[in-house]
Unconditional design. Structure first.
Length: 558
């Protein structure tokens, strides 16, 4: 169907195929769509089994890499897979203050448990009626607590008695009951052990003493922790299968509140067969706060970590994965990828997506629409995606990424936009290209370095390689540098004529990254902008230092 040797294309896909594929691509972008979930392509072997493991885990990844799809695929296995999955979308709790967000999260968890306990007909429900009552009572308590003010005034009364004779008998039961009491303007939620007391009191006089105190919602939650844990334990034993609790898009909880929420959840599920799966963009998660005592859940200690990111550092791997995702959509429709994409279109689509599956599909859909709306030429046929179609689609995606930056970064959004603007100016106007380098220690230690990492999570720049400095031919590494490329959307169209992009995934292009002038710091960017000539600014490397790739010996580098 094609004549690649002559650079000519016989035809693209048909108009009928275009209509079918545009609808399928739009549907596939929805992470909650049933077909998308079942068509899930693992970004690496055994990741589905890893995410199904009976242990706490953080699932990291940029927007659109497939975190939700992966865990919905785990959930789709159901009890037949030997586990149950409770899926909670934290975005529905966005903007809630603490501890309301924790109370609502617990309420959702209890609702899921109640639904599972009610499954299986009237006989199991009759057997579980007392447990169901406890779950419902606890859910009611969470509802009452949620409606209370953050701090409420309570009154406590004490009777002081004097008597000629007094005998008493106390007995304590082993059961735990829910204590819901209105005191003053507030509600007490507490776990209380059953107790009885009998008295035989003679003549006595009494004095009533009252005291007032304030009680917060968090006080109520702290007192209810033992009850919540007991209910979860009994429900778990009754249901008889491990439970995975997925907290999707956890970054929608305020950053400073995240350690508190996770500390409480970890407390009530500790040593139960209930495991938390906390999902989110890495730079928007703050699961742990060090201190005395520490608060939250510490990655790699309290919970394992899973990263779903396939970056442009492994360009060929990213291309293979993304085209496998696309093939899963095209093949049922009888559409060949070779007829859908030109060679340049295939390459540019991977580059523009940054390795993110949802961006790849969104760009493919927009680029396909672009290809249907232009005339057909000998080298740019209608209904066949070219590199130019992808570049135009990338420009359209830029506005969406800016909206997501505002949505995800919150108060940091303006600072991140400013950092991106400076980096784009450093690359495009100063060096006339699409790449820059940052010393890796700066990414961890400097505020601006953390902003660079945040821009990576937000898919506005992409990491592509790692280099080290060598001195005088020595083989051991010195300083390490991360190489980044600007997202295609930040420089295509208006800036394209001012840039000579480096094809970093090709051997020749990779060698061009080694130039010291590409090393970025805010100070260097300011100095170069002031002088106007990059070569006039002092080199960031010593005279005997050179940049080298870790996987290539210096003598083998050209």
């Amino acid at each position: 169907m094609t004549n690649e040797a002559n650079g000519k294309l016989d035809e693209g896909i048909s108009d009928e195929d275009v209509a079918l594929l545009l609808a399928a691509l739009a549907e596939a972008e929805r992470a909650t769509a049933a077909e998308s979930v079942m068509r899930f392509v693992p970004p690496r072997p055994a990741i589905l089994e890893e995410a199904s493991a009976r242990r706490h885990q953080f699932v990291f990844g940029r927007r659109g890499v497939g975190k939700t799809t992966l865990l919905r695929r785990v959930a789709a296995g159901g009890s037949d897979s030997g586990r149950a999955v409770i899926f909670i979308d934290i975005e529905t709790l966005r903007g809630r203050p603490y501890p309301d967000v924790l109370i609502e999260l617990l309420g959702e968890l209890l609702e899921h448990l109640e639904a599972r306990l009610e499954e299986g007909g009237w006989k199991p429900r009759w057997k579980r009626r007392k447990l169901l009552g406890r779950v419902r009572g606890l859910a009611e308590a969470m509802g009452l607590l949620l409606r209370e003010p953050q701090s409420a005034e309570h009154t406590i009364s004490t009777l002081r008695a004097k008597s000629m004779r007094k005998s008493s008998r106390r007995s304590f039961g082993g059961g735990v009951r829910l204590a819901l009491q209105r005191r003053g303007t507030g509600v007490d939620v507490a776990a209380a052990r059953g107790a009885t007391r009998e008295r035989d009191v003679g003549e006595q006089s009494e004095a009533k003493v009252e005291a007032k105190f304030e009680k917060t919602k968090m006080d109520g939650l702290s007192e209810a922790a033992i009850l919540i844990r007991d209910v979860l334990d009994d429900a778990q034993q009754e249901l008889g299968v491990p439970t995975l609790v997925v907290l999707d898009d956890f970054y929608h909880i305020a950053l400073d509140d995240q350690p508190e929420v996770l500390a409480y959840l970890h407390q009530v599920v500790k040593d139960l067969d209930i495991n938390l799966k906390i999902c989110g963009v890495r730079h928007r998660l703050k699961p742990f706060r060090d201190g005395d005592p520490p608060v939250g859940m510490q990655p790699r200690h309290d919970a394992a970590t899973i990263s779903l990111d396939i970056t442009l550092e492994r360009f060929d791997v990213a291309r293979q994965f993304l085209e496998q995702v696309l093939a899963g959509i095209c093949e049922p429709l009888g559409i060949e990828i070779d007829r859908l994409l030109t060679a340049g279109g295939r390459e540019r689509l991977v580059l523009a997506s940054g390795g993110v599956a949802r961006d790849y599909l969104s760009l493919a859909r927009t680029a396909l629409r672009n290809s249907t709306e232009r005339p057909s030429y000998q080298y740019r046929l209608k209904n066949r995606i070219t590199a130019e179609d992808v570049a135009q689609a990338a420009s359209d995606l830029y506005e969406q990424k800016q909206e997501e930056l505002k949505h995800d970064a919150g108060d940091e959004a303006e600072a991140l936009r400013s950092r991106l603007s400076e980096i784009v100016k450093f690359c495009v106007e100063t060096n006339g290209t699409n790449v820059f380098l940052v010393e890796t220690t700066k990414l961890q230690e400097e505020a601006w370095g953390k902003e660079v990492q945040a821009l990576t999570d937000l898919r506005l720049i992409h990491r592509v390689d790692t280099l080290s400095t060598k001195r005088g031919g020595e083989t051991y590494p010195g300083r390490r540098f991360a190489a980044f490329t600007l997202d295609l959307s930040t420089w295509t169209s208006t800036r394209a004529e001012r840039i000579r992009p480096i094809n970093f995934w090709e051997q020749g292009g990779r060698q061009k990254i080694r130039e010291p002038k590409f090393i970025y710091t805010p100070e260097r960017a300011a100095d170069v902008a002031l002088v106007g000539i990059p070569q006039a600014v002092t080199s960031p490397l010593a005279e005997d230092e050179q940049l080298s790739f870790d996987d290539v010996a210096p003598e083998n580098e050209e």
